[in-house]
Design a protein around this ligand. Structure first.
Ligand SMILES: NC(=O)CC[C@H](N)C(=O)O
Length: 348
């Protein structure tokens, strides 16, 4: 039964079945992960995107809040071959339109061949092709979402593990996944989560041992204040970053970032450490990348598939960043030792 329409940049409209009604728009992206849908759907990095699952059946082990990475669903819409009742009900209760019964292989190969695309969706009994096209018409380019940090960041500072005996971390929340906080707390760090636009004074009030820039949605160049903060603390305080965090740190230190063709999107992205020659499997979901690291950061890890920078370091300035997600959730735990390395750097 056709009661949903997916309009894709260029004007093509794909028929589908509505699983959660409504109209929506966003940048069409995908993940090849076959598990971890609860984690992906609550990852703030997907804000303003429509997430297509390439694995054909999504929702087969239910929906449990303990696996959530934040307190809400972040993609603007969801596309899958088959969504279970559990996931469909969850998305409907969150007001996030969802569709299934369409050829997701065609969608994903389309993104792979043509790059990231704008998308509009209309789903539900009254949905029309025109509604989906009208959404597509209004869809912005990801880089034009200039206030995206404010949509996902905490408004006020929060503290985790206040009485911990470990390092004090200022985690700049550009859309942080809960697993990053958990990974630090498990190592007994005291974690102060600060808004993405925290000032030098806000951070100074905490007097942290480590400045940690989180993952997050959108174009890293739109995180101007976060870059300013990094610039003011470089060489003063050890620094770490994950995903958008790596991009922001590189950009603040004189490097540059660029939009990728279709990004790295799955839980089996191979990364080679150039110092040890070890390869690890990693979780990734990013559409931008560091183009030039600048002359203060060394590329220490690269993506085996396309040689893009996956790890940047400066041993003198005490900086370690990763483009992938060492905190996993979803995905492999191969690189959890990143958190040990970062905290060891701080203690040295
Ligand atoms: N997971 C992330 O932090 C994503 C980073 C950034 N928004 C990108 O798409 O490249």
């Amino acid at each position: 039964m056709t009661d949903a329409y997916v309009a894709i940049e260029g004007g093509r409209v794909v028929e589908a079945r509505s699983r959660a009604p409504g109209t929506t728009r966003g940048e069409l992206v995908f993940t090849t992960a076959y598990t971890g849908y609860e984690e992906s759907l609550t990852d703030p990095s997907y804000e303003e995107q429509i997430l297509t699952f390439s694995y054909p059946l999504i929702g087969n082990y239910g929906v449990r809040a303990e696996r959530f990475e934040s307190d809400r669903v972040h993609p603007r819409g969801v596309v899958a071959r088959e969504l279970t009742e559990d996931v469909a009900e969850w998305l409907e209760s969150e007001g996030v339109p969802a569709v299934d019964h369409l050829d997701t292989r065609e969608i994903v190969t389309g993104i792979r061949d043509e790059g990231a695309m704008k998308c509009g969706i209309a789903a539900g009994p009254d949905a029309t092709e025109e509604d989906a096209l009208a959404e597509l018409e209004q869809c912005k380019h990801m880089s034009d979402h200039t206030e995206i940090g404010a949509q996902v960041s905490v408004g006020e500072p929060e503290v985790f593990n206040e009485d911990g005996a470990g390092s004090t971390v200022a985690l700049i929340d550009c859309g942080a996944k809960g697993s990053i906080i958990d990974s630090l707390v498990e190592r007994d760090a005291v974690v102060h989560v600060l808004p993405y636009d925290a000032t030098e004074d806000d951070v100074a009030a905490i007097d942290p041992d480590l400045l940690f820039i989180s993952n997050g949605p959108g174009d890293p160049e739109n995180f101007e204040q976060t870059k300013t903060l990094v610039d003011s603390y470089v060489g003063e305080t050890p620094m770490a970053g994950i995903c958008l965090g790596q991009q922001v740190v590189a950009s603040a230190l004189g490097g540059s970032t660029e939009k990728m063709e279709f990004g790295h999107r799955g839980v089996n992205q191979p990364v080679r450490d150039l110092r040890t020659d070890r390869v690890v499997m990693t979780t990734q979901n990013h559409g931008y990348t560091v183009a030039e690291p600048g002359d203060r950061l060394e590329v220490t890890q690269v993506n085996v598939n396309d040689d893009t920078p996956e790890g940047l370091e400066n041993d003198d300035l005490d900086i370690i960043t990763r483009q992938y997600h060492p905190e996993a959730n979803p995905g492999p735990n191969d690189s959890l030792d990143f958190f040990d390395d970062v905290l060891a750097m701080v203690e040295d």
